[in-house]
Design a protein around this ligand. Structure first.
Ligand SMILES: Nc1nc2c(ncn2[C@@H]2O[C@H](COP(=O)(O)OP(=O)(O)OP(=O)(O)O)[C@@H](O)[C@H]2O)c(=O)[nH]1
Ligand SMILES: [Mg+2]
Length: 337
């Protein structure tokens, strides 16, 4: 399906007006949510003195909790199995290591209410809008629950997408933050930490390129200590920001190519399921088994719908991304200095 989608998408106008801005950064205002959920009057944030850190990680990994703790913000935290954060949101500005810091909260790629394509669109548009407006992004935090007994398929997918969004060249500005230490024995926690640090499928590639792994004990002190290691760094441009600023179509970015591989695998599996169902339907028909025939027909319809959904989403991504970028830019209220 990868090539088919790529062909389908080839005619979609590419994103071409995003260029890296080397001119003087502009001031921009952001809408801030306060603890009671109301929207505070936007306060000017001066990009010359403010640094930004993006917080990523799979759903429920504790991104928003970390951000609220560090910044005394009141962003919504999940309480059940459903994903909570479904768009990029910013913390209140706060001081760490002599800098004014703003943290960016993001949805995970394994979000329960959105597809990975939605998440890619939302995160990319926000990062590009920030970059266009001269915001100084100094680091990326990736949250990892140390309590996870195993890291399943969807969490691994989130990590692969994270790696493609950042690009290896940005790993020096990445800190993998392990949390929820209180829910495991020290022995188990240390064993997992070692495994996470030493395997290629986990964080070894990041640590090898000067990224770091740090423990967080769910206190503001530990959150600030972690951030102190990022706020003094030189600003970076992530791979997805660079690609899109250079005019690369979103469907040609490293992150989308990774997503396309995941979608292709999913489609291939759907196709196999479909073939199997067709065979079973023929057999049920021969055996005059009406009930099984009905069940199989329903299942077949579901598989076909899933397949169709995956294809439609990918083919709409380029135009949806442009719309999202416009929406974010309006939200950020660009204001010339
Ligand atoms: N024990 C413990 N629980 C935590 C910690 N961080 C987060 N939690 C809990 O984990 C759950 C999920 O936390 P969130 O902060 O909503 O996670 P998230 O990564 O923002 O989740 P999404 O927005 O759904 O992607 C909540 O019930 C938190 O209270 C931590 O450091 N220790
Ligand atoms: Mg959240």
């Amino acid at each position: 399906m990868g090539q088919r989608i790529a062909r389908l998408l080839a005619h979609i106008p590419c994103f071409s007006d995003n260029v890296l801005h080397d001119e003087e950064p502009k001031k921009f205002k952001e809408t801030q949510e306060t603890k009671d959920g109301s929207v505070a009057a936007p306060s000017p944030i001066d990009p010359n003195t403010t640094v930004y850190v993006v917080v990523m990680g799979s759903t429920g990994s504790g991104k928003t909790t970390f951000i609220n703790l560090a910044s005394a913000s009141g962003l919504g935290v999940g309480s059940g199995l459903e994903s909570c954060t479904n768009e990029v949101q910013t913390s209140m500005p706060f001081k760490v290591g002599g800098k004014q810091v703003v943290l960016l909260d993001t949805p995970g790629f394994d979000d329960t209410s959105m597809t990975d394509t939605d998440v890619l669109r939302i995160i990319s548009a926000y990062l590009v809008a920030m970059n266009k407006q001269g915001a100084r992004l100094v680091g990326v935090i990736y949250m990892q629950r140390i309590s996870d007994l195993k890291i399943g398929g969807s969490a691994r997918r989130d990590l692969r997408m994270f790696q493609e969004l950042c690009g290896e060249e940005a790993y020096e500005n990445v800190i993998v933050v392990t949390n929820m230490w209180g829910t495991v024995s020290e022995e188990d926690g240390i064993a997992r930490e070692n495994e996470l640090a030493s395997k290629d499928i986990f964080y070894k590639p990041i640590l090898e390129r000067k990224g770091r792994m740090m423990r967080h004990d769910n206190t503001q002190k530990s959150a600030h200590h972690i951030l102190e290691n990022l706020v003094q760094k030189e600003p970076i441009v992530l791979r997805i920001q660079r690609e899109l600023a250079e005019g690369v179509d979103i469907t040609q970015t490293a992150a989308f190519k990774q997503l396309d591989r995941e979608l292709s695998e999913m489609a291939a599996k759907h196709q196999q399921d479909l073939e199997k169902l067709k065979d079973e339907m023929v057999q049920a028909e021969q055996e005059m088994d009406e009930e099984t025939q009905k069940e199989l027909a329903e299942e077949k319809q579901k598989v076909e719908e899933d397949l169709q959904k995956a294809q439609t989403q990918a083919s709409r991504l380029a135009s949806d991304y442009q719309a999202e970028l416009r929406r974010i830019e309006e939200k950020l209220h660009v204001r010339e200095v």
